[in-house]
Design a protein around this ligand. Structure first.
Ligand code: 5GP
Ligand code: MG
Length: 177
């Protein structure tokens, strides 16, 4: 599929599945090297990172606990400043090594909120992996330990990322026309 229409917007093919999976391979390799011996808790930030988390954890050399949290900040195609928690952790992360899995870091508001929330639980370490990163939009100082790919500021969908609830199932990533 070279293009896709979701509701009122059309998108064109931007990053093919094979390229995405190469980026996932590279992130998994580093995560295996750094975390295999640390008994980490992996935290999937729903909903956008469900597909990345799924492909990433299949490539791990160890068997981590996997947790799911949900925060929301986006409405339509624009990032808004306020981020709220909809679903929290169901285990304690005190004294645990934690890896947060994000789909995309844009301005960084979502990441900052999660990071600050998690720090209060006193983890031993807190790392972040994001499949996609918009360096020109990023406004925070939190280090993103593992970045799959850097992209520009355009709005994208697919591979877990949605436009108004649609497009999460697409195996490739599409960019707005
Ligand atoms: P931030 O808080 O960093 O500005 O935005 C982070 C969240 O906004 C991401 O977790 C993601 O859910 C959403 N987001 C940011 N950029 C995009 C994009 O290009 N496409 C989609 N579909 N969601 C995005
Ligand atoms: Mg997200």
């Amino acid at each position: 599929m070279k293009s896709v229409t979701l509701k009122d917007k059309s998108f064109k093919l931007f990053i093919e599945e094979s390229t995405i999976l190469n980026a996932v391979d590279a992130v998994a390799e580093k995560v295996n090297k750094d975390l295999a011996d640390l008994n980490p808790v992996i935290v999937c930030v729903l909903g956008g990172s469900f597909m990345f988390t799924s492909d990433l954890v299949k490539r791990l050399s160890f068997n981590p606990e996997i947790q799911f949290v949900k925060y929301s900040s986006y409405h339509g195609t624009e990032s808004v400043g306020t981020v709220s928690e909809n679903l929290g952790l169901s285990i304690s992360i005190e004294n645990r090594n934690v890896l947060i899995i994000e789909d995309i870091v844009d301005r960084g508001n979502t990441l900052e909120k999660i990071y600050e929330d998690f720090k209060k639980y006193k983890p031993l370490s807190l790392r972040v992996a994001s499949l996609l990163f918009k360096p020109n939009a990023y406004q925070k100082d939190i280090k993103i330990d593992y970045v799959g790919m850097e992209i520009g500021n355009e709005f994208i969908v697919g591979y877990g990322l949605d436009y108004d609830g649609l497009g999460r199932n697409l195996k490739d990533i599409y960019i707005i026309n």
